[in-house]
Design a protein around this ligand. Structure first.
Ligand code: FAQ
Length: 333
């Protein structure tokens, strides 16, 4: 008892000094963000800021690599060599985006193995959109037009995210996503202009299936978003889920007219007073079902990623053995 009592005072003092130091650091961090500054990997940051970034960036990285799977389903069945080359290049780009993002998440002190563990164990989320099946070739065009379109709308503001390594990765990703969106629109436009009635119906069917899940990509309504308020205060998110969703609806409604497809929402209508399109209610129960692991393809997607990881074990082992050999040789020289 006596010894413990002797120890208590200095410990509390140390704690007080530490928390005073931390308060000063946090004050400097907040001022930097208020002044529009950026945080680099080696800068001091609050633990919660770090955790939020690891969560968002890793979920984003997982989305990119899981997002390769629905498109990969059509790599061997693209209708022409040109479309096959475009599709293969696009899928490869998505893999590259995953790599930039995993690297950005690693700068925050979490290892890639930990990030993959979280994905493979089902602990980490990835975008709800990739749990839907690609049933026809038109789905590939619609993924480019709507899914990449929604991704760009959400990701352009992330090029100004307060965490600089994430913001820098997003600049390159957005340039590529913009190309992806245009190739999707182009593929659909060709089908709508030059296609048969059956091909046009295939495009409309794909639009009908992907429209609502695309709107869900922006996340829950602001009123139900767990992280938005804090993330907006920290400059991680610059525009809210609902505002981005509205911007997407406004841009896409016009593109649908050019394309000659109908968006499957009888309540979609230009509202002169608001200067925006009104649109119908989103089925949030479906969104949470999919996010909770019960979408049409959740099990299949996760199983494909786990299999790819297991099948690739020999490549990782060989690369490590090679690196060890190189180090041994260098040390011996
Ligand atoms: N799906 O509080 P909020 C792409 C979760 S990349 C699943 O609003 P936050 C490229 C959220 O994690 C597409 N879960 O969350 C491509 C949270 O759960 P938690 C991915 C979702 O983070 C194209 C909970 O709900 N893009 O498409 C979803 O502030 C074509 C509460 O939500 C990014 O990741 C969802 N849709 O805002 C590839 C962009 N929405 O973590 C191949 C970066 C929300 O507490 C082919 N991320 N949740 O367990 C973001 O901007 C944000 O994280 C949001 C969500 C806006 C997605």
């Amino acid at each position: 008892m006596y010894t413990q009592a002797m120890d208590t005072a200095p410990k509390e003092e140390r704690k007080a000094v530490r928390s005073a130091e931390e308060a000063a650091l946090e004050q400097r961090f907040d001022t930097k963000l208020d002044d529009g500054g950026f945080i680099e990997a080696k800068d001091w940051m609050p633990a919660h800021y770090r955790k939020t970034l690891v969560r968002q960036i890793s979920q984003h990285a997982h989305s990119e690599i899981v997002g390769m799977l629905p498109e990969g389903n059509w790599a061997t069945r693209a209708p022409t060599l040109k479309r096959k080359c475009i599709l293969l290049a696009k899928i490869q780009d998505e893999g590259g985006h995953g790599l930039y993002l995993y690297a950005a998440a690693e700068t925050l002190g979490t290892s890639r193995d930990e990030l993959f563990d979280a994905l493979h164990s089902g602990k980490a989320k990835y975008s709800s959109i990739f749990n839907y099946p690609t049933l026809s070739w038109a789905d590939i065009g619609v993924i480019g037009w709507l899914v990449d379109g929604a991704a760009i709308m959400n990701q352009v503001p992330l090029t100004r995210c307060s965490y600089a390594p994430y913001a820098r990765a997003m600049v390159r990703i957005c340039r590529e996503e913009s190309f992806h969106q245009r190739q999707g629109f182009d593929a659909l436009n060709v089908m709508m202009r030059e296609g048969t009635d059956a091909q046009k119906a295939m495009v409309q069917d794909a639009v009908d299936r992907w429209w609502w899940p695309s709107l869900m990509m922006f996340g829950p309504p602001d009123s139900e978003s767990t992280h938005s308020e804090q993330s907006m205060r920290w400059g991680i998110k610059r525009i809210s889920n609902d505002d981005l969703r509205q911007k997407f609806v406004d841009a896409t409604a016009q593109q649908a007219q050019v394309l000659g497809v109908t968006l499957p929402d009888p309540l979609l209508k230009w509202n002169e007073a608001r200067g925006h399109h009104d649109f119908g209610p989103i089925d949030w129960a479906e969104f949470w079902r999919v996010v909770g692991g019960h979408g049409p393809c959740n099990k299949e997607r996760l199983a494909a990623r786990v299999k790819a990881w297991d099948d690739g074990a020999w490549v990782r082992d060989a690369a490590l053995a090679h690196a060890r050999k190189q180090t041994t040789r260098q040390e011996a020289a």
